[in-house]
Design a binder for this molecule. Structure first.
Ligand code: CTP
Length: 473
């Protein structure tokens, strides 16, 4: 039996209780914090619902604390908030209509505790713990949320048509909680969700993306993506990914289902890395396969899908309101390079191939190798084993060449300025050509990675271009 009193003990809770009594109102901790007590998850966001004026209660409690926290008041929404130690405490008056933490809906109608619980998203999120002097620590669980927690079930407290139409984001939240907690969505709720999917169109992209990020950050994100796909939501919010679904067989030529393959890669990767952007690169690594698919005499090909895919990253990030800074560039680079280590493993592993990979991947080499490892999926275990061992060879060689040549974040020994100075020329095509020739010669192992060899190589190449060295006075 969980000792609820232990979870609501301390100076703040005592003050809430005594100040609420003075004001003649009742107060309850409600929602995620209560759910997480039973799940034994740390939660520092505490929502306090008051049957009365939440703002006044917050101010009175804050006044008694030492040091006195700064109270932020949102009058239109009837809420007040302050930070106490590591906790964020929000006070809100009980409402008759749908509760959303960041709702922009003003003029909420005051309700009872029951009204407030009715208008929450799921039974597991509708439990309250009384904070009043006469009933401290009593659990108020009108929809058997505790039972649903035990049975690992996501269920709406009211008819799902009402709960989901109050705030259609809750359809994705249902899938998010199911994925995070490894719960099942109860049948009536699931059917209601499917009936309401079209209403997701009225939800802002930022809120959708927030939930999607939480699905992606879960231990087994494929579960959430399959739910999104099976309900029809993914087709609305992420059509490019859905386009990868399906297997086509023509003239006995068959290709794998790239949607389910992608989800497998995502799970493989999630098992070894929490890096959300690396997880995004798993989601997008084959995104170019739909538009590059061709049937040739020897079977299906997806030629240049990594190039096409990398070009799709920015528009997808833009639409999803994901950051367009270095995080997007990182994902784009990994999508672009994702075939390289594998194709190296299939061909003969040459030093120059490895050098090129080190140079192009730079800082991202380790993450690229993690992605490529996750990308090795096949039903044929012997095949996977063989690929993995070839791949191990590439990884070992990368390490060796990296230690020897230090090509990550490498700059060739001759700069553009140096070339311009040597031939007394300004910025021009020739400078670019020479720079490239020097870089390639070093990567191919034709010359060593040092100034002297690069300089005499440059003089030779310049002659071919008809450039003569500046006369020295
Ligand atoms: N809530 C709701 N409908 C929403 C969003 C929130 O009913 N669309 C209610 C739920 O009771 C929820 C509470 O508001 O428990 C707090 O929501 P939120 O801030 O999203 O946090 P948690 O439920 O705690 O989940 P998490 O912290 O994992 O986001």
């Amino acid at each position: 039996m969980t000792d609820l009193k232990a979870h609501i003990s301390g100076v703040v809770y005592d003050l809430i209780a005594s100040e609420a009594t003075k004001l003649g109102i009742q107060a309850y901790v409600i929602g995620g914090y209560v759910r997480d007590i039973f799940l034994e998850r740390k939660n520092t966001d505490i929502d306090v619902v008051c049957i009365g004026d939440g703002i006044e209660l917050a101010k009175n409690v804050a006044k008694q604390l030492n040091p006195k926290p700064k109270v932020s008041v949102y009058k239109t929404f009837g809420t007040a908030h302050f930070k106490w130690k590591d906790q964020d405490i929000e006070f809100v008056g009980a409402r008759k209509e749908s509760y959303q933490r960041h709702s922009r809906k003003p003029d909420v109608e005051i309700g009872t505790l029951e009204d407030d619980q009715n208008r929450r998203d799921f039974t597991i999120n509708a439990m309250g713990i009384a904070l009043n002097e006469n009933n401290t620590g009593t659990l108020l669980d009108p929809f058997n949320g505790l039972q649903d927690l035990d049975a690992k079930i996501i269920r709406t407290p009211l008819d799902p048509d009402i709960t989901f139409s109050d705030d259609p984001l809750r359809m994705i939240r249902a899938i998010r909680f199911a994925t995070q907690l490894n719960f099942r969505i109860e049948e009536t709720t699931y059917k209601g969700l499917i009936r309401n999917i079209e209403r997701i169109h009225i939800v802002s992209q930022e809120r959708i993306t927030d939930e999607l990020q939480k699905i992606i950050a879960s231990p087994r994100p494929s579960y959430g993506f399959k739910l999104l796909y099976n309900t029809g939501l993914l087709q609305i919010i992420f059509p490019e990914l859905c386009a990868l679904q399906g297997v086509e067989i023509i003239n006995n030529f068959k290709h794998k289902d790239n949607f389910y393959h992608t989800l497998q890669v995502l799970d493989n990767l999630a098992a070894v890395s929490d890096n959300i952007w690396l997880r995004w690169s798993a989601i997008l690594h084959d995104i170019g396969k739909d538009s590059t698919k061709r049937l040739t005499e020897s079977g299906w090909t997806f030629h240049s899908h990594e190039v096409v895919g990398s070009k799709m990253v920015k528009p997808i990030f833009k639409r999803m309101r994901l950051p367009l800074d270095h995080k997007m560039k990182y994902v784009r680079k990994l999508v672009y390079l994702h075939l390289r280590p594998i194709s190296l493993a299939q061909d003969r592993v040459t030093d120059s191939g490895i050098r090129r990979l080190l140079y192009e991947a730079g800082e991202e080499l380790d993450d690229l190798l993690i992605l490529c490892r996750a990308d090795i999926t096949s039903k044929n275990e012997a095949k996977v084993k063989k690929y993995l061992s070839n791949f191990q060879h590439v990884e070992d060689r990368c390490k060796e060449v990296d230690e020897k040549d230090r090509l990550r974040n490498w700059q060739p020994p001759i700069s553009g300025e140096c070339i311009m100075d040597a031939f007394a020329i300004g910025p021009s095509k020739e400078v670019g050509l020479l720079k490239k020739a020097i870089r390639e010669a070093i990567l191919d192992g034709e010359i060593q990675n040092n100034y002297d060899e690069a300089y005499s190589f440059m003089l030779n190449e310049a002659q071919k271009l008809g450039l003569s060295q500046k006369s020295r006075l």
